[in-house]
Design a protein around this ligand. Structure first.
Ligand code: SF4
Length: 187
């Protein structure tokens, strides 16, 4: 995987470059396919997600404490997610500006489980702060195609969005039910 300084390998003369924040490989499938059809030259932006077949600006590490601090007192949805969008898109916009990309976008826009209005607002605010453009497109029309491509590529499909809260929300009910069953069987 290329380092940050080696990342702009996808730039082709006359083809508009776009830095694409990637939340995970399955959600990258349809937006990558669509943005390429639109004529963009893509570079992925990755800092806490899986690998995809793109030139990638890779920032290792996950700022867990920064995330927990940002969502403290706002742990419910969509308030927690709004903070999450802001953190991720701020880093993406800063990276776009640092590497002279004129625009950036995010694969979060493919998910019907995410709040597109909040993503768009966070993206545009971050873009304004860094003097770049946020490319918005409603990729949710490709949700079924995302599923098909994910199966075709054999990609791992995580059963929760990504943070500790989403993992707890996904599995807590099941864990409690299993604990109750074990407790009942012990009697
Ligand atoms: S990882 Fe997903 S569920 Fe968790 S805060 Fe971010 S957008 Fe929301």
């Amino acid at each position: 995987m290329p380092s940050t300084d080696q990342s702009r390998t996808s730039q082709v003369a006359g083809v508009p470059p776009l830095l694409l924040h990637i939340c995970c490989a399955p959600c990258a499938t349809y937006p990558v396919q669509t943005l390429r059809q639109r004529g963009f030259s893509l570079t992925g932006y990755w800092h806490n997600v899986e690998r995809v077949s793109l030139p990638v600006v890779w920032e290792p590490g996950y700022d867990l404490l920064g995330f927990l601090g940002a969502v403290a007192g706002r742990e419910g949805r969509p308030e927690r997610c709004e903070q999450c969008y802001r953190l991720r898109l701020e880093r993406t916009a800063a990276c776009a500006a640092r590497h002279a990309f004129e625009r950036f976008s995010t694969t979060l826009l493919v998910s019907p489980y995410q709040d597109q209005a909040l993503i768009r607002a966070a993206g545009e605010e971050a873009a304004n702060r860094h003097g770049v453009e946020f490319y918005f497109e409603d990729f949710r029309r490709g949700w079924a195609e995302r599923g098909r491509l994910t199966r075709e590529y054999g990609l791992y499909r995580q059963q929760y969005c990504g943070c500790l809260y989403s993992e707890f929300e996904r599995y807590a009910g099941r864990a409690i039910a299993e604990a109750a069953t074990l407790s009942h069987e012990d009697r």
